[in-house]
Design a protein around this ligand. Structure first.
Ligand SMILES: [Zn+2]
Length: 531
C-alpha cells in the first residue's frame, strides 16, 4: 500500500473533505466559486497522464481536414465512456460530431480544431527536420492538443457539477478541416449553436493569453475554386481547333497579380493550380485554380470575391472557355466577447504558466537556432488580456473560421502555451513540440484556465448575461451572413487521396498507450534530441 501523498493530493483531499461541510456553513458565493475553481484546477493536474495520452494519440493519427476519421473515433469514444451523448455525421461531414452532457442552462460550447497540415510529418522532440514518414501529413500546427484540453477541463467540471448538482449543459465540438476553413460555417448552418449560450474555443499557441474584440494581424476569407472548361485537341496537329482551359487559368492568375497592386493593403490572396491539364500534347479541356481571398471585414471579403468572379469571367471570355466556381471554405473575421475574455484572462492569470525544465528549454532553443530565428526559448510569463485592435490598425494576416462562431454566439478563444515561439507556422517545425512535455504541460495549464472559466459561467449567471449584452451590441449593425451559399456543401472529398496514400504506413506509428507511457518512449526518441 502506498502511504505517501504528494502535496497536491493532500490539498485535493482536504478540499474534498471540506467541500460538503463549508457549503452548508453559509460560505459566500464568491468563496464557494473560489474553492470549486481550486478543486477543478487540481483535478485537471491529476488528469495529466490522461491528457498526455490523448495529445500523443491524436498527434500519432496526423490526419488532414475532412479525413479526421481515427481522431474523431478516438475522441468520441472517450467522451461516450464518460457519459456524453454523441451526435455523429454532423452537417453531413463524416468526421463531424457533437458531444453533450448535462441539462438546462447555461449551455456552454467548448471547441477546438483537430486537423493537421500536409507534409508536416515529424518526429517529436527532435530539433531538426526528421519526418516519421517522408511526405506524410502531420500536426504542423498543434491541433492535436486542443480537444484533449477541452475534454480534461470538461471532465473536471463535470465531476463538480454532479456532486454540487449544478444545472448546465456542456457541448464539446471539433473544428473540422480548420486548415481548409471548411467546417465551422457548416456546423453553424446545421444548428450546432442554436441553443448555445456561450462558446469558449481553445487554440494552441506559444503564449498564454486571450483577447477581446478584433485581434490584430487577422482576416476572414472565402476559399473559391474556379473551374474552366474548354475543348481538347491534338496540340501538335490541330491546336487551332482546341480551346485551352489552362490558358484561362493562367490569364486569370496574371490578371489577379496585376490587379494586386491596386488592392487594399489589408487584403491577402493566394492560389494553387489544382488541375493544369493532363499532358502537353493534349490541349487542356479542363483546368482549375483555387484561391484564398482574405480581407479584414465582411464587406471587403465580398468585394474581393466579386472581383475574382469578374476576372475569371474575363479570362473565360478571352479564351472562349466557360467558368464555374464553388466555395470550398470560408471564415468570418473574428470578434471576441469582452466580458468572457475578462473572465478567462483572470483565470489564465490564476492558472499560471507551466514550469518548463532545462530539457524543454533546450529543445526550444535548439529548434530556434536550427531555424535561424531569435533563440529565446519558451515564454515564462502569462500575457495580459489583449484589447480590441481597430480595423485601421489591422494589416491583415491569417484567418480562423471560429470567426463565424464569434458572430453567432458570444465567443472567446483561449490561447495556451503548448508550442515553441518564433516558428514559421503550418510547417514541420511546429509539430516538434506537440508530443513532448512542452505540449503536455502547456495543455494542462490551458485546461486549468478552461475549467475555471466554465465554473464562472455555471456559478455567475450575470457573466452569461453580460456576455449576451456585449454580443447584442457587437451585432447591432453587422449581422452574420454566411460566406457559403445554400448550395455549397462541405468539401469532404478534400485530402481523401492523400490519406488513402499514406494511412497504411501511418497506421504503423499510431500511439499504443497499453505498451508505452509516452509517444516519445514508443518511438525511442531521447528528449530532447538536438544537433
Ligand atoms: Zn489552427
Amino acid at each position: 500500500m502506498r502511504l505517501k501523498f504528494t502535496l497536491r493530493e493532500c490539498t485535493l483531499l482536504f478540499i474534498f473533505m471540506c467541500g460538503a461541510a463549508t457549503a452548508s456553513y453559509g460560505q459566500t458565493p464568491a468563496d464557494r466559486l473560489a474553492t470549486l475553481k481550486r478543486e477543478a484546477a487540481n483535478d485537471v493536474d491529476q488528469r495529466h497522464v490522461a491528457t498526455q495520452q490523448m495529445i500523443d494519440m491524436v498527434f500519432s493519427f496526423g490526419e488532414l481536414g475532412f479525413q479526421e476519421v481515427e481522431t474523431s473515433k478516438y475522441l468520441t469514444g472517450i467522451l461516450r465512456q464518460n457519459g456524453f451523448t454523441i451526435q455523429e455525421n454532423v452537417a453531413g461531414i463524416p468526421t463531424g460530431w457533437v458531444a453533450r452532457w448535462g441539462s438546462g442552462r447555461p449551455v456552454i460550447a467548448l471547441g477546438s480544431d483537430i486537423d493537421g497540415i500536409p507534409q508536416a510529418s515529424q518526429k517529436p522532440g527532435v530539433a531538426f527536420h526528421a519526418p516519421l514518414i517522408e511526405g506524410a501529413p502531420g500536426h504542423g500546427e498543434g491541433h492535436n492538443s486542443g480537444m484533449p484540453l477541452n475534454i480534461t477541463a470538461a471532465l473536471a467540471v463535470k465531476r463538480i457539477m454532479e456532486r454540487e448538482r449544478l444545472p448546465g449543459t456542456l457541448v464539446l465540438w471539433p473544428g473540422i478541416a480548420e486548415e481548409l476553413l471548411g467546417g465551422k460555417a457548416q456546423f453553424i448552418r446545421a444548428g450546432v449553436f442554436k441553443d448555445v449560450d456561450v462558446a469558449i474555443f481553445a487554440h494552441v499557441s506559444n503564449f498564454f493569453r486571450t483577447a477581446w474584440g478584433s485581434p490584430d494581424a487577422s482576416t476572414g476569407l472565402v476559399s473559391v475554386e474556379y473551374h474552366f472548361e474548354g475543348s481538347a485537341a491534338h496540340a501538335g496537329n490541330q491546336p487551332w481547333t482546341g480551346r485551352s482551359a489552362l490558358d484561362a487559368v493562367e490569364l486569370m492568375d496574371i490578371a489577379w497579380n496585376f490587379r494586386r497592386e491596386h488592392l487594399r493593403l489589408s487584403q491577402r490572396s493566394h492560389y494553387v493550380i489544382t488541375n493544369g491539364g493532363d499532358q502537353p500534347n493534349v490541349v487542356p479541356q479542363q483546368a482549375s485554380v483555387w484561391y484564398y481571398l482574405r480581407e479584414i471585414d465582411y464587406p471587403h471579403i465580398k468585394e474581393l470575391r466579386s472581383l475574382a468572379d469578374r476576372i475569371a469571367g474575363a479570362a473565360a471570355t478571352m479564351t472562349d472557355t466557360t467558368v464555374t466556381s464553388r466555395v470550398l471554405g470560408s471564415a468570418w473575421p473574428q470578434h471576441f466577447n469582452k466580458p468572457l475574455a475578462e473572465a478567462l484572462s483572470a483565470n489564465i492569470e490564476a492558472a499560471g504558466m507551466p514550469t518548463w525544465d532545462a530539457k524543454d528549454q533546450a529543445l526550444a532553443k535548439a529548434l530556434q537556432k536550427e531555424l535561424r530565428v531569435k533563440e529565446e526559448g519558451l515564454e515564462t510569463k502569462v500575457r495580459p488580456l489583449q484589447a480590441d485592435v481597430p480595423l485601421d490598425q489591422n494589416f491583415g494576416g491569417g484567418s480562423d473560421d471560429v470567426g463565424d462562431v464569434s458572430w453567432t454566439v458570444p465567443t472567446v478563444t483561449l490561447r495556451y502555451p503548448a508550442n515553441i515561439p518564433n516558428l514559421p507556422g503550418h510547417h514541420w517545425a511546429n509539430a516538434i513540440a506537440m508530443a513532448t512535455p512542452i505540449a503536455h504541460k502547456g495543455t494542462t495549464a490551458g485546461a486549468r484556465a478552461q475549467a475555471m472559466t466554465v465554473l464562472d459561467l455555471l456559478l455567475r449567471p450575470e457573466l452569461v448575461q453580460q456576455a449576451k449584452q456585449y454580443f447584442a451590441e457587437q451585432t447591432k449593425d453587422q449581422k452574420y451572413e454566411p460566406l457559403i451559399g445554400p448550395e455549397d456543401k462541405p468539401s469532404i472529398w478534400l485530402n481523401r487521396e492523400v490519406l488513402e496514400q499514406y494511412r497504411p504506413e501511418m497506421r504503423k506509428y499510431y500511439f499504443d498507450p497499453t505498451k508505452y507511457k509516452t509517444y516519445l518512449e514508443q518511438l525511442g526518441i531521447a528528449y530532447p534530441t538536438v544537433r
